[in-house]
Design a protein around this ligand. Sequence first.
Ligand code: HEC
Length: 411
Amino acid sequence: MQDLAIIWDWVGFAVRWLHVVAAMAWIGSSFYFIALDLGLRQAPDLPKGAHGEEWQVHGGGFYHIRKYLVAPAQMPEHLTWFKWESYTTWLSGAALLMVVYWAGAELYLIDLTKMDLAPWQAIAISAGSLTIGWLVYDLLCKSGLSARPTFLMVLLFVLLVAMGWGYNQIFTGRAMMLHLGAFTATIMTANVFFIIMPNQRIVVADLKSGRTPDAKYGKIAKLRSTHNNYLTLPVVFLMLSNHYPLAFATEWNWLIAGLVFLMGVTIRHYFNTRHARKGSPNWTWAVTAVLFICIMWLSTAPLRQDSVEASEARALTPTEQRFAAADGFDDVAGIVPGRCSMCHAREPFYDGIRRAPKGIVLETPADIARAARQVYLQAGVSHAMPPANVTYMEPDERQAIIRWYRAAGRG
Ligand code: HEC
């Protein structure tokens, strides 16, 4: 069992590594194509059907790229597709969601002051909301609204903020931000998988059989890619937010998320305009800064104290009870508060720490039983905690934690 905790932690790291790398590849290629698209120029010798071209220099060579709006007159022999960047990002992200938030539902997903859910119920809401959310978005895009793209964007914004608010009624603040990010990223990948790629395949099939492809497929794909363009930056913010309790551990986290979506638009607008060589709309930075200041201000709103109190009231699960009953628990319950609770407290008194870091409270024996695996990994096996050993934790105290954790595994 103790080895399982270590293996599980490494599984989480490996999946996260893959996820971040895949996301870099996806976002990188997507930014590249957006900039390329906007920067295309007309040239006198463009072949029929070509919409524009661009010359680029990179890595010691010159590239001459042409874009055909619907399709070239003939199918080229070799065609490079860009889709696995997106699929890999989503698949590894889904795996990470399962490793961290589903397997750790009691710690990270469920907030008993908000809703008294069993882990399987919380997991069902997590998976169900992502699916239903996509279906709603897809219906909106397929309705007549696609003729009014700006209005559709506003509706999408309302949908995202509503989802954030809804998640915050059910899950921990941390899980709310993460799920809103996962929902947004699901929209983006599903746009590629269910809309952009199938349409592209129709066009390719038409070309191969000598038919002229309908231009509507290109237009539909363009609408979805425009959404993806504006959603990219907010998704990254939401995914990183779990490192910053100030962002997620307030009443107003859903509003913060809403402002982040607006920042996604203002920042992208600046670059989109520049890449289209239509000048530099510097005012967007002023708006972005104002939005960011609003976010900082919202983050200082008082934390719901009852959330911490409820975790106190919650009965220990059978696993947690086993940790509380294992040999050596009394020693650990004596050691940990003295070394950790100046920071990991309901009201921390360590300078500069306003809230229990990562929401981990280590004051009472029950707190310690609930966080057993993390205490073991952070302060037993590794020396990550206390940071820089500021509270002078002794080696034999770490040994006591390891002995206790392993005893619980044997028991
Ligand atoms: C000086 C303040 C301080 C002390 C003392 C301290 N911690 Fe922490 N702890 C932090 C901070 C800050 C973080 C957040 C680190 C981050 O965001 O990566 C943290 C994070 C953690 C986490 C979550 C790690 C994660 O990535 O999920 C655990 C578990 C933890 N501490 C356990 C302990 C234990 C056990 C002790 C005592 C042995 C302890 N801490 C002592 C400040 C402290």
